[in-house]
Design a protein around this ligand. Structure first.
Ligand code: B12
Ligand code: SF4
Ligand code: SF4
Length: 385
C-alpha cells in the first residue's frame, strides 16, 4: 500500500472518485490482462470488428497497455451507473416510434465522464506531489486504445459477462467505464469472479444472433455497430431483425438478471430526455442536417450524422408495417444522400404494393446513377428493372 500521512493513496483515490460521483472504482496493474492480447488479435483477424478500421490500426497499443504508454504501471478503473428508470425494451412494441438505446437518450457520457476523470487525476497528482512521490497520469474514456472491460474486471469492478460487457453485482450491466492510467505503483484490487453461472439470457435475447460463442461478439451482426459504426448500407438480411432500433441496442444488457440489484443512475445529466423515449419515426425521417443537429443537442447521436441516422430510421419504418408512413418514405426517394435513397427504396418495398413500387421506379430510375441504390430498386421490385 502506498502509505503516507493522510492515509493510503488507494483510499484517497477511492474517496476522490466517489466525491466526483463515480459509483465504483478499483485498481489493476497495467500488465493484469495478458490473455486479452491473443483474444483481441484473434477477434480482429476473424474480421469481427467489421469496418471499425481503427480497431485493427490500434491493435498493438490496445492489446498491451505497455505499448500504449510504456511508463504506465497501474490503471484506475472507474464506473458510472446509468441504470434506467424503466425497462428500456418497452418501446420495442411501439413500431411507429424509434427505440434509442439507454445511453443515447441522455447527454453524451464522454462529455460527462471526461471532466470528472480529469478532476480526479489532477487531485491525485497534487496528492502525490504533496507526498514527494514521482508520478504522471493520463485519462481515458472509450476513445483511447485501452481494453476497458478486461481491465475493469481485473480492477474488481465486475466480470465480463457472456454478452462481453462488464457486469457488476451492484449495478448489473449498466455501467459506463473510464480509466486513469498512471506511472504510480498502486496496490491492485481483488479481481471479481465470473458470476454468470449457467445463465445464457443475454445470448438468447440477441435479435441478430451476434454472439458466435459465449463471451465473443461479432460486431458485424450487432445492431449497435450497424446503427452507429457502420457507414454503408445495412446488410439486407439483417434489416428485418432490427425492428425499430434506430440507435444502439440494449437487449443483451437488459436481459441480464444481475440488473435486479441495480439502482437508478444518480447522475442527473445521464437521465433520459423524455423526447428520446419513443420519438415518432414520422418526425425523425423528415430531419434535414440543421434540424438533425438541433433535435439532438449534446447527444451522442449527433456523431453519426444525419444521413446515417435517417438510414436507420428508414429501416425501422420498413419494419413498422405502418402504411401511414409511406408518404414520408416517398419523400426520401429523391434524397441527396445515396445512403438515404437506398434505405428509402427498401422501406418502400416493405410497405407499398408492387404496383406502387414499379410506378415510383419508373419516375426515379432515369436519374439514378448510384449502383447500390439501383441494386435496392432491383431487390424492391423483385426483378431487374
Ligand atoms: C468497439 C466497441 C464496441 C463495438 C464492439 C463491442 C464489443 N463487445 O467489443 C460495438 C460497436 C458493437 C459496441 C457496442 C456496444 N458498446 Co461498446 N465499446 C467498444 C470499445 C470502444 C472497445 C471494445 C473492445 O475492445 N472490443 C474488442 C473485443 C475483442 O474486446 P472484448 O469484448 O473485451 O473481447 C474479449 C472477449 O472476446 C474475450 N473473450 C474471449 N473468450 C473469452 C472467455 C472469457 C471467459 C472471457 C471473460 C472473455 C473472453 O476476449 C476479449 C478480450 O478480453 C469499448 C471502449 C474501450 N476502449 O474498451 C466500448 C464499450 C465496451 N462499449 C460500451 C457500451 C455501453 C456498448 C453498448 C451497450 C452500447 C449500446 N447500448 O448500443 C453496446 C453493447 C454491445 C455488446 N454486447 O458488446 C461500454 C461497455 C461498458 C460495460 N459495462 O462493459 C464500453 C466499455 C464503453 C465505455 N467506456 O463505457 N461497442
Ligand atoms: S447490443 Fe443488441 S444486437 Fe448487439 S449483441 Fe447485444 S442484443 Fe445483440
Ligand atoms: S445475462 Fe446471464 S450470461 Fe449474460 S451477462 Fe448476465 S448473468 Fe451473464
Amino acid at each position: 500500500m502506498t502509505e503516507a500521512a493522510g492515509g493510503a493513496l488507494e483510499e484517497i483515490i477511492a474517496g476522490l472518485a466517489r466525491s466526483e460521483g463515480f459509483d465504483t472504482v478499483g485498481i489493476a496493474r497495467s500488465d493484469a490482462i495478458p490473455e486479452a492480447r491473443a483474444r483481441l488479435k484473434e477477434w480482429v483477424a476473424g474480421g469481427a470488428h467489421g469496418d471499425m478500421g481503427w480497431m485493427a490500426e490500434t491493435l498493438e497499443r490496445r492489446a498491451d497497455p505497455a505499448v500504449l504508454w510504456p511508463a504506465m504501471r497501474s490503471v484506475i478503473m472507474l464506473g458510472l451507473n446509468y441504470g434506467p428508470a424503466d425497462d428500456p425494451r418497452a418501446v420495442l412494441a411501439q413500431r411507429s416510434a424509434g427505440a434509442i438505446s439507454v445511453y443515447a437518450r441522455a447527454e453524451d457520457y464522454h462529455d460527462i465522464i471526461k471532466p470528472k476523470l480529469k478532476r480526479v487525476a489532477r487531485a491525485l497528482l497534487v496528492e502525490t506531489q504533496r507526498r514527494g512521490l514521482e508520478g504522471d497520469v493520463k485519462v481515458f474514456v472509450d476513445t483511447a486504445p485501452l481494453m476497458e472491460k478486461p481491465l475493469a474486471a481485473a480492477a474488481g469492478l465486475g466480470w465480463q459477462g457472456r454478452h462481453t460487457n462488464l457486469v457488476s453485482r451492484d449495478f448489473g450491466s449498466w455501467l459506463f467505464l473510464g480509466a486513469i492510467a498512471t506511472t504510480l505503483e498502486l496496490k491492485p484490487s481483488v479481481p471479481e469472479k465470473d458470476h454468470c453461472g449457467s445463465c445464457s439470457a443475454c445470448l438468447d435475447a440477441c435479435p441478430t444472433a451476434a454472439f458466435p460463442a459465449p463471451y465473443v461478439i461479432d460486431a458485424r451482426r450487432c445492431i449497435s455497430y450497424l446503427t452507429i459504426e457502420h457507414k454503408g448500407p445495412i446488410p439486407r438480411d439483417l434489416r428485418p431483425l432490427m425492428g425499430n432500433r434506430i440507435y444502439g441496442c440494449d437487449d443483451c444488457l437488459a436481459a441480464c438478471p444481475w440488473n435486479k440489484f441495480a439502482e437508478l443512475g444518480r447522475e442527473m445529466k445521464l437521465a433520459a430526455r423524455a423526447e428520446n423515449d419513443a420519438p415518432p419515426l414520422a418526425e425523425l425521417v423528415a430531419l434535414d442536417d440543421a434540424a438533425f443537429r438541433a433535435r439532438f443537442p449534446k447527444s451522442p447521436i449527433k456523431r453519426v450524422g444525419r444521413d446515417r441516422f435517417v438510414r436507420n430510421v428508414l429501416v425501422a419504418i420498413g419494419n413498422s408495417a405502418d402504411p401511414s408512413l409511406l408518404p414520408q418514405v416517398e419523400a426520401r426517394l429523391g434524397d441527396a444522400s445515396s445512403l438515404v435513397r437506398g434505405a428509402a427504396v427498401w422501406a418502400l418495398g416493405r410497405l407499398a404494393d408492387p404496383d406502387t413500387v414499379i410506378a415510383h421506379a419508373r419516375k426515379v430510375l432515369p436519374r439514378e446513377v448510384d449502383a447500390a441504390v439501383l441494386a435496392e430498386w432491383d431487390a424492391a421490385s423483385a426483378q431487374p428493372l
